[in-house]
Design a protein around this ligand. Structure first.
Ligand SMILES: [Zn+2]
Length: 307
């Protein structure tokens, strides 16, 4: 099958033709020409290690990461591309010790292929996190591997742990954005939930991001279309994946110059139909403000809708 099967990793045809849909060289069904200023890749560019006959190696992890970054750069030469570290991008699945280390260095060398990524060298080598800034907005890309239960090297986010260092960085970045009257977005791999995160890290994270200047949070990992809304935090938007666990999909967010989330449009392809036709056809699946019937995707409106 040209585009693969459900529950398999994304194959080269699906990656290639999805990037063509993103850059407009292959028309989406509704003929929309997408205009992408900034692409957030929420992690896991490397395949799952689920085939006992072809065990994943460190070389393959680094080669895949470099290959995907090159493809992204070639396909979207004008877009800012910001990758987050996923648990599948680690040399040992789910496990990452404090930086600097060989895993972060290897990932840095592949992300460095992206234009402008060398600006983030210092914090990325320390812990896989960094901040992209515009005049009005700060997008803080976190390395959530330090917060999750599956990474068993550190039990919590206590002093001296890489989770604690990252939370201190996050706190400083938010305080600094606040003093400049700028908005903050947070992106990362694992969404903040008691089922996935260490309780201590989750509680400290909630305290740290409990500021109205945090406009929204973008996460991946779960392959599902969800959002998590709470009074204490900005909404967590979980995007579906290109990996066709369900149907391959991506989102285009509309964020205004002040950093407020106005809307997102989700595009989805039907894997069976794409395999039959021999061409992947992404269609508009829904517009968030039309689906939720709210004026924008601010914390207030998302929370009102959820209750
Ligand atoms: Zn993951």
């Amino acid at each position: 099958m040209k585009y693969g099967y459900h529950y398999c990793d994304t194959n080269i045809n699906l990656l290639h033709d999805t990037l063509n849909a993103l850059n407009g060289s292959s028309n989406l069904v509704n003929q929309t020409k997408l205009d992408i200023d900034l692409l957030v890749v929420t992690g896991d560019t490397v395949r799952h290690n689920s085939d006992p006959n072809i065990p994943l190696t460190v070389d393959e992890i680094l080669q895949t990461s470099q290959f995907v970054m090159r493809k992204l750069k070639e396909s979207l030469p004008k877009s800012i591309i910001l990758p987050a570290v996923g648990n599948n991008d680690l040399f040992i699945h789910d496990i990452l010790d404090k930086g600097p280390n060989a895993n972060l260095k290897g990932l840095y060398e592949s992300y460095e292929l992206l234009t402008g990524f060398s600006d983030y060298k210092d914090t990325f080598l320390k812990g896989g996190y960094y901040t992209y800034q515009t005049k009005n907005m700060n997008l803080i890309v976190l390395n959530t591997n330090y917060f999750v239960l599956a990474n068993s090297i550190h039990a919590d986010c206590g002093r001296g742990t890489p989770g604690h260092h990252q939370l201190t960085y996050l706190k400083d970045q938010i305080a600094s954005a606040k003093s400049r009257h700028q908005a903050v977005f947070i992106a990362g791999h694992h969404s903040a939930s008691k089922y996935v995160w260490k309780i201590d890290c989750l509680e400290k994270f909630k305290e740290t991001v409990n500021s109205t200047i945090v406009s929204g949070m973008l996460f991946g990992h779960a392959h599902t279309d969800r959002f998590l809304s709470s009074k204490k935090m900005a909404t967590q938007f979980l995007n579906p994946s290109i990996l066709p666990q369900h149907q391959p999909a991506f989102r285009i967010y509309d964020i205004d110059v002040k950093g407020h989330i106005k809307n997102y449009i989700q595009y989805c392809a039907n894997l069976e139909e794409s395999n039959q036709l021999g061409i992947v056809k992404y269609k508009t699946q829904y517009s968030a403000i039309d689906y939720f019937e709210i004026p924008d995707l601010s914390r207030k409106h998302m929370h009102q809708w959820n209750n």
